[in-house]
Design a protein around this ligand. Structure first.
Ligand SMILES: Nc1ncnc2c1ncn2[C@@H]1O[C@H](COP(=O)(O)OP(=O)(O)OP(=O)(O)O)[C@@H](O)[C@H]1O
Ligand SMILES: [Mg+2]
Length: 215
């Protein structure tokens, strides 16, 4: 049975697909059988990125497939070690369906209250739907250089009762360029960017490992 990890949000553009790609690449690199399940049938960002990666011959190959419903994605279960669910830029019943079957749920978010409020709202909705708070971790992306801003955002989420990862992915042109070339954040050209992304992937992996070992 595959480990299932979701990247969800109530708001668009908060770096779900970025984190999903990074997580997928980190495990595929370690020879896990990984599939990204792209639930965003409108944009298909992950699917298009996967095709670009394949065309460019970048290794490891990362399989991406589009799905309209969780049931079809779950049919992949026995063929993979890790299924990564890349959600859409809004929350609805599908978001809950995905969350219910996931071992771990990442809620990517920006630092502004404009981003934090919907993130916390979604976390509350998931909790109300019976999903364990322990599964949820907020992960900040496109952060600036202000440690104070990051600390305040972390405090906002912690006050609401949810875990926040220590590592963030700062806003860098190099990460965008990597995505444009079919690469993940930990394959960016600059070593410092690669290392930063790798550390974040490791922290995400530790969150998932702690949950799945417990289970
Ligand atoms: N750390 C970063 N630095 C610079 N650009 C970034 C960073 N992280 C993500 N991006 C870029 O920001 C944009 C939005 O990121 P992404 O597609 O991952 O968000 P999303 O939450 O999946 O969006 P959607 O809700 O539309 O699916 C993309 O163009 C991506 O390449
Ligand atoms: Mg996306």
């Amino acid at each position: 049975m595959a480990i299932k990890v979701a990247f969800l949000s109530q708001k668009g553009g908060v770096t779900k697909t970025t984190k999903a790609r990074l997580f997928a690449r980190a495990f595929a690199f370690n020879k896990w059988r990984v599939k990204i399940c792209d639930f965003d049938l409108q944009q298909r960002t992950a699917s298009e990125w996967g095709a670009k990666r394949l065309a460019a011959g970048i290794r490891p190959e990362i399989e991406v497939q589009a799905f309209a419903a969780i049931e079809q994605a779950l049919e992949q279960d026995s063929h993979y070690d890790l299924l990564i669910f890349d959600g859409r830029g809004f929350a609805d019943k599908l978001t809950l369906d995905i969350a219910r079957v996931s071992d771990a749920i990442f809620l990517p978010s920006g630092l502004a209250v404009d981003d934090l409020a919907p993130t916390v709202r979604l976390a509350h909705e998931l909790r109300k739907a019976g999903i364990s708070t322990a599964k949820i971790a907020v992960v900040f992306g496109r952060t600036g250089s202000s440690e104070v801003e990051i600390a305040e955002a972390r405090d906002y989420v912690a006050q609401a009762g949810y875990k926040v990862l220590e590592r963030t992915l700062p806003e860098k042109q190099g990460y965008r360029a990597a995505h444009d070339a079919g690469k993940a954040a930990d394959e960016a050209r600059a070593p410092t960017l690669r290392i930063g992304a790798k550390h974040l992937a490791e922290e995400m992996a530790a969150h998932v490992t702690a949950l799945t070992e417990k289970a």
